[in-house]
Design a binder for this molecule. Structure first.
Ligand code: FES
Length: 73
């Protein structure tokens, strides 16, 4: 779904940015230019961003799992 018509930014673009570590909405605006023209998409873009950050929290931790191993003596 296109969230920002002015800059053709989709909910998926926002979710990818959020799960890639985008720290806040201002940084998202810098990255994607979402909500930087007419501003009509701001509320929706904020909601998608916050929702994506919550959903993206678990996948961001992947690859950082430490599994203890015990070597046989
Ligand atoms: S629709 Fe996003 S800035 Fe206009």
């Amino acid at each position: 779904m296109i969230v920002c018509v002015c800059h053709r930014v989709s909910d998926r673009d926002i979710a990818i940015a959020a799960s890639s570590g985008c720290p806040d909405f201002e940084a998202l605006q810098d990255d994607l230019r979402v909500a930087t023209a007419c501003g009509a998409c701001r509320d929706c873009a904020c909601a998608v961003f916050e929702e994506s950050r919550v959903e993206g929290a678990a996948p961001r931790g992947r690859g950082m799992v430490v599994v203890p191993i015990r070597l046989a003596a």
